[in-house]
Design a protein around this ligand. Structure first.
Ligand code: NDP
Length: 244
């Protein structure tokens, strides 16, 4: 274990891909700041990482709140002196057909999946510019490349994350790395928020073949570990048995 690793702030670190990424990056010697709303889980995860010889801290975070997200990134700098990598991972997926008119759930997906990513960028960009280096890793989805029934709004949010990532990359001017990581079906709590009965049932079949969250964490570890002049821009990781 080295303490010379990067300082990495991870949103949505209380379960699934965010949790696996925290464990993997900490095991690689990076210092991690964990954010999410369920702080009891973050506390347990932080203790586990520290118990295994890693360096971690946590902070309550609601990515829908721009000020809170800025405070989260500031906390990484206060705790560890800088911010090298921000993993914009927090996301929700309450799928439903558009005609169900679950407008509150549409808003929630836009607020967390799109505004949350923008809030993360707004929080980290000035510090990364000032440092002359930084890396923003945005977690999209295979839904950033294709649309399926019940997933129109979710896919729209992930198409948006892909567009934002590409725009940020083009504007980065060489001192910022930008990576879009798009998972296929991955074991996590993501489908738990589906309130529409038919969409929930359909997901059981769709999600029967799933990657472990550690597979996405491995991909994130790979892009983070590239030398400064190398920017892996897009990674799509699917279960090999999955056609979609
Ligand atoms: P989980 O539901 O297991 O994790 C989602 C995380 O987001 C939780 O830690 C949750 O924490 C956090 N979160 C939700 N709302 C907020 C909020 N307002 N503020 C801060 N954190 C929030 O799902 P995954 O691990 O699967 O999801 C991670 C990312 O991966 C998402 O962006 C998702 O869209 C994407 N993805 C996942 C796939 C999959 O099959 N699992 C496939 C493609 C993409 P808390 O509730 O404690 O705040």
């Amino acid at each position: 274990m080295t303490q010379t690793g990067k300082v990495v702030a991870i949103t949505g670190a209380s379960s699934g891909i965010g949790e696996a990424t925290a464990l993997r990056l900490a095991a690689d010697g990076h210092r991690v700041l964990l954010g999410a709303r369920r702080t009891d889980r973050l506390e347990r995860l932080t203790e586990k990482i520290i118990g295994e010889g890693g360096t971690a801290a946590f902070r309550a975070l609601d990515v829908t709140d721009a000020q809170d997200t800025r405070a989260f990134v500031d906390a990484a700098r206060a705790e560890f002196g800088r911010i090298d990598v921000l993993v914009n991972n927090a996301g929700v997926m309450p799928l439903s057909p558009l005609e169900a008119l679950k407008t509150d759930e549409w808003d929630r997906m836009i607020d967390v999946n799109v505004r949350g990513v923008l809030h993360g960028i707004a929080a980290a960009l000035p510090a990364m510019r000032a440092q002359g280096a930084g890396h923003i890793v945005n977690i999209a989805s295979v839904g950033a490349y294709e649309v399926s029934p019940t997933a129109a709004v979710y896919c729209a949010t992930k198409f948006a994350v892909r567009a934002i990532s590409e725009g940020l990359r083009q504007e980065s001017g060489g001192d910022l790395r930008v990576t879009l990581v798009s998972p296929g079906v991955t074991e996590s709590e993501l489908a738990d928020s589906i309130s529409d009965p038919a969409a929930r049932e359909a997901m059981k079949t769709y999600r029967a073949v799933a990657l472990p969250a550690s597979a996405i964490a491995d991909a994130i570890a790979h892009v983070v570990s590239q030398p400064p002049g190398v920017d892996v821009n897009e990674v799509i990781v699917r279960p090999s048995a999955s056609a979609r």
